[in-house]
Design a protein around this ligand. Structure first.
Ligand SMILES: *Cc1c(COP(=O)(O)O)cnc(C)c1O
Length: 390
């Protein structure tokens, strides 16, 4: 018949294009920072996760360079076989100390840490309850685990409790999943209330600190510690690739949890160790995030300043946020499609996010400690010129 078994790929792509869901990437050159280069165009960058400005810090670069010279480029094997270097265990000790947990384990990405941990903790007889706005990697981990997975309305603990009442007793283990700072909104989960509920219904809790680590708390250890939950039974997952300026992910918790994951998290056991240079840069990042709190202070100063300005200029568009991630609601996906190129033409790089990634279209702005007041001014004047008042 000569039928092409791959023909459906082109058909699916055509459907995506018709729906206006095709995605494009932008290639940047030069080092990361508040101003980046796309070809010859300078863009003021409000789309970076390098919150503390560490990704181009000479000390991280030096740490990675030294590690490259010392151990070469590749991990060369899984941690259990031939992939472990002293820098891996040093980094894990530093993370555990920072997070006030007994132990930590590093993965090759935050995505792998989430998928690997969730899938290792629950199975078919178990129940996963997940905030509706949880990160895709948590969703994927739950799906892979085979556990019954239910979603509760965003930050709605009354809904969560209703689901627990109905479903908890018919399942073996229970696991609640949430982001600490929600990546597409910038609002923050009140963890003490969630942990109380989890305790009453005998559930484990995993909190994804991808956007909280380095940013929240006097030491930058994240939302869990800043909300006084560091000592509570909690699984903290996060990334080394955002505020810490490197690459990789981690899980922090009890020694027993970490020992278990070292045996059962297949994304860790069957994957090559984190590249030593990435581990070394992350270790320098963890140290600087603690020893230079002024970076965090500047990030929060910039955040409060921009939040106030947006509140004043676009009161009806600003979504609730308690973090350095600020979003402006757009009227519809069509407006999002129009505005994205206008922002870029005016020298602003910002994420314009549409359904199905988020429930409503928005401009997502993330701040960095390295933004200067003039960068925020440029952003505000561009937003005023491209964004009609609703
Ligand atoms: C970025 C992100 C991850 C994934 O981390 P990577 O290290 O980039 O793989 C996981 N969870 C959340 C909430 C994130 O924003």
């Amino acid at each position: 018949m000569g039928s092409d078994v791959y023909a459906w790929l082109e058909e699916r792509l055509a459907t995506l294009r018709r729906a206006g869901w095709q995605r494009q990437s932008l290639t940047l050159s030069g080092r990361p920072g508040p101003v980046v280069l796309a070809g010859s165009q300078r863009l003021v960058n409000f789309a970076s996760n390098d919150y503390l400005g560490l990704a181009a810090d000479p000390r991280l670069i030096a740490a990675a360079t030294e590690a490259l010279n010392c151990w070469g480029t590749g991990g060369t094997g899984s941690r259990l076989l031939s992939g472990e270097r002293p820098v891996h265990t040093e980094l894990e000790a530093a993370l555990a100390q920072w997070k006030q947990t007994e132990a930590a384990l590093v993965f090759s990405s935050g995505y792998a840490a989430n998928v690997g941990t969730v899938a290792a903790l629950v199975g078919q007889r178990d129940l996963v309850l997940m905030d509706a706005y949880s990160h895709a990697s948590l969703r994927k981990g739950a799906q892979l685990s085979g556990a019954t997975t239910l979603t509760y309305d965003h930050l709605d603990f009354t809904h969560l409790e209703k689901l627990l009442e109905h479903h908890r007793c018919t399942h073996r283990r229970g696991l609640i999943l949430t982001d600490s700072v929600f990546s597409m909104d910038g609002d923050v989960c009140p963890l003490p209330g969630l942990l109380d509920l989890a305790e009453r219904y005998a559930c484990m809790v995993l909190v994804d600190e991808a956007h909280g680590t380095g940013v929240f708390g006097s030491q930058g250890a994240g939302v869990a510690t800043s909300q006084g939950c560091g000592g509570r039974p909690l699984i903290q997952v996060g990334t080394l690739s955002k505020a810490l300026g490197s690459q990789g992910g981690y899980v922090a918790g009890s020694q027993t949890l970490i020992d278990y994951l070292r045996h059962r998290a297949s994304a860790w056991v069957y994957s090559t160790s984190l590249a030593p240079a990435a581990a070394a840069a992350a270790l320098a990042g963890v140290q600087l995030a603690q020893s230079e709190p002024q970076r965090r202070q500047t990030l929060w100063d910039r955040t409060h300043h921009l939040h106030q300005q947006l509140q004043h200029t676009f009161p009806a568009r600003l979504l609730p946020s308690a973090s350095h991630i600020l979003c402006l609601k757009l009227t519809n996906p069509e407006q999002a499609l129009e505005i994205a190129p206008q922002l870029q033409a005016q020298g602003i790089l910002a994420a314009v996010v549409r359904p199905p990634t988020v429930p409503t279209s928005r401009i997502r702005l993330s701040l960095m400690a390295t933004h200067r007041p003039e960068h925020l001014q440029a952003l505000m004047s561009t937003l005023q010129s491209v964004l009609p008042q609703p």
